[in-house]
Design a protein around this ligand. Structure first.
Ligand code: GAP
Length: 463
């Protein structure tokens, strides 16, 4: 019998907590809704995804530089970008329970096609369709709810000190554009990349780490000559596909690249394609790609009074570049990778375990632990030999775990659940000829190799 999607999500959540990937935040205080701690393995996995991304898109390309800008920027940045006026979702409140919902979500659930609908249109559709809250109660008048978190900067609490936590990393790349342009000796087209934490006061966070109020993004703003923007868009779509299928190893059938219809695109975007993934709770956005035209730089040029145009050295022409923006949610990637690679064998509940056997078949380069070193016996010096060997492999820069406790079956099972691709066992033969047995997590093959060859052997498998 196929496992239900709900059950799959339950098993994933329980594995994440039990094995140290993601814990409920502030757990000792009963948790804090929709906030999550990345545990030791979750942190390693997230860092490995981030590093693979940076390596591919920043270090791996001549036309890219990476920067790091603050979470709290000049408040004018958000006025100019349009976020203060327009970065909002339609909010409705249940008159009885005072629970809050997104009106667009309630309309969609009621079968109303909201494509291209303005806030006012949604408000009248709510009345026309007599939309009620999920608890069956009447709803109050909808409001536009701004998703930016406000904070205060400095020692006074007057309105002059109002600042915002960034809701996307993109803005920092537009505000730094002039300095990067003037210092990095790049030629168009080139891109600026940034990875960082962003904040959105989401009305309905949920689905584990899918939608949270605090999350991480990996974004690129790629600056091009306006007439080369369409080709650059296609190039970045291919790059996003490469990332999804070749790096994250997500199957093609689980992903849809959805062209966003004119009516649903942000007003400044000339073309947008969302990458959608088949999560256990439905097909939803994973990444975005947009042709933002010259909208942002033009607005910043006007508001700051700085000349943000590009000077074409050959033609002497000055123009504001167009921007292609591929954007990736880092924390959402962690979720997609976990969903994609969690293999649940329902038939197997061996060794008295209450849950079915689970193997996290992570691509080796993303796995939190690359190798486990497991002596078959603790006695006769095998323990010391194993620890020493683990330290030697660790010293080459690989993440290694040494484990000598419990049956070998249980130790394998634990490593399978955290996605360790290679387990090395030491036995009496190891003492004689300096070889260990390696067990491949997915192929389940066993091979004997020399201890001194192990680091290079693992490195060769990190694809
Ligand atoms: N600069 C463009 C931008 O921020 P977006 O579609 O709003 O575009 C980009 O966000 C990506 O950030 C999304 O594709 C998704 O992966 C991730 N993301 C957005 N909201 C999120 C949330 N509340 N929690 C987790 N990830 C989120």
């Amino acid at each position: 019998m196929a496992i239900s999607n709900e059950k799959k999500m339950d098993l994933l959540l329980s594995l994440c907590k039990r094995r140290g990937f993601v814990y409920p935040d502030s757990d000792i205080y009963g948790g804090f809704a929709n906030a999550w701690d990345y545990g030791p393995y979750g942190t390693e996995l997230k860092n490995n995804i981030r590093d693979a991304w940076w390596k591919l898109f920043v270090h791996g390309r001549e036309d890219m530089v990476g920067i790091d800008t603050p979470v709290i920027q000049h408040p004018k940045v958000w006025e100019t970008s349009g976020h203060v006026a327009g970065f909002s979702d339609p909010l409705v409140e249940d008159k009885k329970t005072h629970k809050r919902y997104r009106l667009d979500h309630l309309l969609e659930e009621a079968g109303v096609n909201i494509t291209g609908m303005s806030f006012e249109q949604m408000a009248s559709e709510m009345v026309a369709h007599k939309i009620k809250s999920p608890d069956g109660n009447p709803l109050a008048e909808p409001k536009q709810f701004n998703l930016m978190f406000k904070t205060g900067v400095g020692v006074t609490e007057d309105t002059a000190s109002v600042a915002y936590l960034r809701p996307e990393t993109a803005a920092g790349m537009f505000t730094a554009w002039k300095n990067v342009r003037d210092t990095m000796r790049k030629k168009l087209p080139f891109g600026i990349a940034q990875v960082g934490r962003v904040f959105r006061n989401e009305i309905t966070p949920g689905n584990f780490i899918f939608r949270t109020r605090e999350f991480e993004q990996m974004e690129i703003e790629y600056f091009v000559k306006p007439d080369e923007a369409a080709a650059a868009f296609d190039m970045w779509l291919e790059q996003q596909k490469f990332w999804v299928h070749e790096v994250l190893k997500i199957k093609k059938e689980n992903v849809v690249y959805r062209e966003i219809p004119d009516a649903d695109r942000a007003f400044y975007s000339k073309r947008s394609i969302d990458t959608e993934y088949q999560y256990p709770f439905g097909q939803k956005e994973l990444y975005g790609l947009a042709n933002r035209t010259d909208y942002d730089l033009s607005r910043h040029q006007e508001a700051s009074g700085e000349d943000l145009r590009w000077l074409d050295q050959e033609s002497g022409e000055r123009y504001i570049p167009f921007v292609i923006e591929p954007t990736w949610g880092l924390t959402r990637t962690v979720l997609a990778v976990l969903c994609e690679h969690l293999d649940i064998d329902e038939a197997d509940t061996s060794e008295g375990e209450s849950e079915p056997r689970m193997v996290l078949r992570l691509p080796p380069r993303l796995a939190p632990v690359k190798a486990a070193i497991l002596p078959l016996q603790k006695k006769d010096g095998l323990s010391e030999l194993g620890r020493e060997f683990a330290q030697k492999v660790r010293a080459t820069g690989l993440t290694v775990e040494y484990d000598e406790g419990g049956s070998i079956g249980k130790r394998y099972r634990r490593q399978d659940e955290i996605g360790t691709p290679f387990c090395f066992t030491l036995d009496y033969q190891t003492k004689e000829d300096g070889t260990v047995t390696v067990r491949d997590r997915d192929a389940m093959t066993q091979e004997r190799i020399k201890m001194e060859d192990v680091p290079a052997w693992i490195q060769s498998k990190l694809v």
